[in-house]
Design a protein around this ligand. Structure first.
Ligand code: CP
Ligand code: NVA
Length: 334
């Protein structure tokens, strides 16, 4: 009997495989309920603070709509227009927010901030992305893989994560694979291989759960991958490293040739989004005009191919985040 009632969600490292499967199953149920147009009230009377120190489209929308569709009240707080961290310590803000809200979502820089919010508020706190981790994204991605490959258990899936294997998404994927006994291959330049601190945490969990975590700069490691996953080359907060990263990562752009390296015509292409794949964004134009560099991490052809499931992933952010809210806040669910 699994209950996540009153628990925080700071990293998948804090959860068992059964707890993760429980969240995925609940997300599937809530997704069906939504498709059937059945109104929800599982979060009635619950106020959720949504704190954002970094920008967001999907995570913010998924939390707002997820809360509202189950009858709760979300309150978006742009940290730059609040007292948080500048005129008030994280500890004091956490204690203040606990007087108004039943849970807090936080997106920002330091993993310590989300941990301190949980420690001092005493209410459930959700990690909506930090420099180290992005665990709600992995829930959505796992659900999407389950839906696309229903006959293959997640524990038999091989995920090849290509490009910046040192960022929050790479860590989050290592942690997720480690917990579910999956096969993770990070393929990127050695300058951007994972930090030892995060790699060691992933390896410790992997050893317990029969997972395989590999990091490589040899394309042979992509063979038989079920999923090719990539992310932007420059994460939020690293904008000053644009030129260096574009040069380190130029050979890791996802092209049809790279997809072929898996020797599996059904390999799924996944991306957490937002993505650079054509010239329709300011950042791509600016990098090209100012520095003469291409920062597109995936070709438009792959991004729009039939194997690409990026928009399914984006929709599943809603269902999985709603499941997380319901599991941790609804007494009826527990
Ligand atoms: N994938 C993701 O977290 O998107 P946002 O930055 O738009 O929230
Ligand atoms: N690695 C990216 C993920 C965005 C969802 C970033 O941190 O900017």
């Amino acid at each position: 009997n699994i209950s996540l009632y009153n628990k925080s969600f700071l990293s998948l490292l804090d959860f068992t495989a059964n707890e993760i499967y429980y969240l995925l199953d609940l997300a599937t149920k809530l997704k069906l309920k939504r498709k059937q147009g059945i109104p929800g009230n599982l979060l009635q009377g619950k106020n959720i603070a949504l704190l954002f120190e970094k920008t967001s489209t999907r995570t913010r929308s998924a939390f707002e709509i997820g809360v509202i569709e189950e009858g709760g009240y979300p309150s978006f707080i742009d940290i730059s227009s609040s007292q948080f961290g500048k005129k008030e310590s994280v500890e004091d803000s956490a204690k203040v927010l606990a007087g108004y809200f039943h849970a807090i979502e936080f997106r920002g820089y330091a993993q310590k901030t989300v941990e301190d919010l949980a420690k001092y508020s005493g209410i459930p706190v959700y990690n909506g992305l930090t420099d180290e981790d992005h665990p709600t994204q992995i829930l959505a991605d796992l659900l999407t893989i389950q839906e696309k490959l229903p006959h293959k258990p997640l524990s038999e899936i091989k995920v090849a994560y290509i490009g910046d294997t040192r960022n929050n998404m790479a860590n989050a994927w290592m942690y997720g694979c480690a917990k579910l006994g999956m096969h993770f291959v990070g393929f990127g330049p050695k300058e951007l291989h994972p930090k030892d601190e995060f790699m060691n945490k992933a390896l410790a969990a992997a050893n317990k759960n029969g997972a395989k975590i590999e990091i490589s700069s040899d394309p042979l490691c992509l063979k038989n991958a079920d999923v090719i996953y990539t992310d932007v080359w420059v994460s939020m907060g690293e904008e000053h490293e644009l030129q260096k990263r574009a040069s380190l990562l130029k050979d890791y752009k996802i092209t049809p040739e790279l997809m072929n390296a898996t020797q599996n015509p059904n390999t799924l292409f996944m991306h957490c989004l937002p993505a650079f794949h054509d010239d329709h964004t300011l950042a791509v134009k600016k990098a090209s005009e100012e520095y003469g560099i291409d920062i597109k991490e995936v070709s438009d052809e792959v991004f729009r191919s039939k194997n690409s499931i990026v928009f399914e992933q984006a929709e599943n952010r809603l269902h999985t985040i709603k499941a997380l809210l319901v599991a941790t806040l609804s007494p009826q669910q527990n």
